[in-house]
Design a protein around this ligand. Structure first.
Ligand code: NIG
Ligand code: FE
Length: 419
């Protein structure tokens, strides 16, 4: 059996540790092996250690990758993306520069509705072609698994179309996808005056169809003023659980409306955004072990100053996750290194905390910690080699990619290999 070995990494960042999400001081422990290496066979990691030990395990036909002078990190796990959409939001982008807010854009029918119109008009093949290109962006930035939400269709047919594209990206590209149903992203124009009926459509038609076809693992909602209030969110998410869907929620992004408390009450797996959440909301999340998913890209790109209170969350013992929120409106970036930069400079996380939040903790939030999130024996050989000596540089240099090579299941730069 031929194998692959990586040798001489200045720092092999293993994230080895207990097989669960990390919290408190654990977030700062990256399990670094200086002059580290690893062996891969059949797409999985078989050994991790110091280079001299790893060298001894090499056979005559082992392919050796020299990572001298480089840092090796596990593939990033991006636990919050809106991968599949069509159309452009360049008008919103420019009008925000003129002073219009995200809410004002939405009120005049721009924002999410613009993307819904374009996504409805696109075929499944159109959407796949767009998503495939974006999959290459994620891989080029060191991300090997993403969660991906529907939510720009808002009819049964169009939500199913998006979820099928998410599945197809996972099957036909090297990027692993974890699907989430977000039919409750906004009220579509045809139901603007009849919210009750759209909620019935979600509960009576969309959830059963998605449950039946097993097209999603999670259900999400935009719990926010002028979108889905706490009461409606509770109804929809309670129904979603009955179809076996686990919960992730957009809460307290624009206003502090009790979303964090609802996430705790419903025992959601994650509560995402949390820019406006106060101390009581953070305490509520801690009580039921909900993982906060912090999305600094959306704060940055909307030109807001109010980042979530990451320090309080870490000090309260929450297993913080960091993600891009990749979407055309509030966070058009697939770059996890950019999120690391924002986490350190804007949220006062240490580089080590940010890396743990973007790997192990993200994998735990997606229930995949048995196969991804760290470089340990038995896990998939998903990792990236960075052209720098110290892991902190990945967060430090921004606007430049330090990535040399990305490996998915032991295959080097697999997207280039396939196309
Ligand atoms: O997470 N907040 C709701 N959803 C996205 C934005 C979607 C859009 O503007 O298209 C978010 O920020
Ligand atoms: Fe989002």
């Amino acid at each position: 059996m031929s194998s692959l070995a990586v040798l001489h990494a200045s720092q092999l960042i293993t994230l080895a540790g207990p097989p669960r999400a990390r919290f408190g001081k654990e977030l700062g422990d990256l399990g670094i092996i200086p002059d580290g290496g690893l062996v891969v066979a059949d797409g999985k990691i078989t050994h991790v250690g110091k280079t001299p030990e790893i060298e001894k395990l090499c056979q005559h036909d082992t392919e050796v990758v020299n990572a001298r002078g480089c840092v090796v990190l596990p593939g990033f796990v991006d636990a919050h993306t809106h991968l599949v959409f069509a159309g452009s939001r360049l008008e919103d982008f420019e009008s925000r520069a003129r002073g219009e807010t995200y809410e004002q854009v939405a009120k005049r029918g721009g924002g999410i509705q613009t993307t819904v119109q374009a996504t409805r008009a696109a075929t499944e093949d159109d959407l796949f072609a767009l998503a495939k290109k974006r999959a290459s962006w994620f891989l080029q930035n060191g991300t090997t698994t993403i969660e991906a939400k529907s939510g720009y269709g808002l009819t049964l047919k169009d939500e199913l179309k998006i979820l099928r594209v998410i599945r197809r990206v996972g099957a036909e590209t090297p990027l692993e996808t974890v699907p989430t149903f977000l039919g409750a992203h906004a009220f579509p124009p045809e139901f603007r005056e009849n919210h009750v009926e759209y909620i019935s459509l979600i509960i009576d038609k969309m959830l059963p169809a998605i449950g039946h076809e097993k097209l999603a693992e999670y259900c999400d909602i935009f719990c926010e003023q002028n979108y889905f209030d706490v009461e409606n969110s509770r109804r929809i998410l309670t129904a979603a659980k009955q179809y076996g869907l686990k919960l992730r929620m957009h809460v307290d992004q624009l206003t502090n409306g009790g979303g964090a408390q609802l996430a705790a009450e419903l025992e959601a797996i994650t509560a995402d955004h949390l820019e406006q959440t106060a101390a009581d909301g953070i305490t509520a999340l801690a009580k039921t072990g909900v993982q906060p998913v912090l999305l600094p890209g959306s704060v940055y790109a909307l030109g807001s100053k109010k980042y979530p209170d990451a320090r309080r969350m870490i000090d309260t013992g929450l297993a913080v996750v960091l993600a891009t929120d990749f979407n055309p409106g509030s966070s058009p970036s697939p770059s996890m290194p950019m999120m690391l930069s924002l986490a350190v400079t804007q949220m006062r996380m240490s580089p080590a905390e940010a890396i743990t939040a973007a790997t192990v903790n993200a994998a735990a939030s997606l229930d995949r910690l048995d196969i991804i999130g760290s470089l340990e024996q038995g896990k998939l050989a998903n990792f990236a080699i960075y052209d720098c000596h110290d892991y902190r540089e990945v967060a430090y240099w921004f606007g430049v990619s330090l990535i040399r090579d990305v490996f998915v299941q032991g295959q080097k730069n697999p997207l280039n290999a396939r196309s």
